[in-house]
Design a protein around this ligand. Structure first.
Ligand code: ZN
Length: 126
């Protein structure tokens, strides 16, 4: 990989990392705003038809969804950090499975990938 390509991937990964950090921060704020512990305003807290129970159920579903998004974004952020570390060690762009250079079109599609498209396909099939 030449210096220009390395610089381009460095900038791409840094931009992606900043974007992911921002998204995780926004999602964490959103998760904190979801109140799933507030007691219902009336004593009917066991009835499914009760608006307060329904509201709490929707809040929990919404919070679970946000938490899954945070987990996915966090995992992607970790992969970006690993890719940056590999780039710093001149090991970026080499498939960790077959040790072949990863083509630029695949790296541009998934800049934090550790596998070439063929090895990636084999892993997702098995
Ligand atoms: Zn491979």
């Amino acid at each position: 990989m030449n210096c220009q390509d390395k610089e381009m991937y460095w900038r791409l990964l840094l931009t992606l990392r900043a974007q992911l950090r921002s998204e995780v921060s926004i999602l964490l704020d959103a998760a904190l705003d979801v109140d799933v512990t507030a007691p219902p305003p009336d004593p009917c807290d066991t009835c499914d038809a009760c608006p307060a129970t329904r509201r709490t159920s929707v809040a929990r579903t919404w919070r679970d969804f946000i938490e899954r998004l945070i987990d996915r974004k966090g995992a992607m952020l970790c992969q970006v950090e690993n890719a940056l570390a590999q780039l710093a060690e001149d090991a970026y762009g080499i498939c960790q499975e077959c040790q072949s250079p990863i083509p630029d079109d695949w790296l541009l599609t998934i800049p934090y990938t550790m596998l070439c498209a063929a090895c990636h396909s084999r892993q997702t099939v098995t």
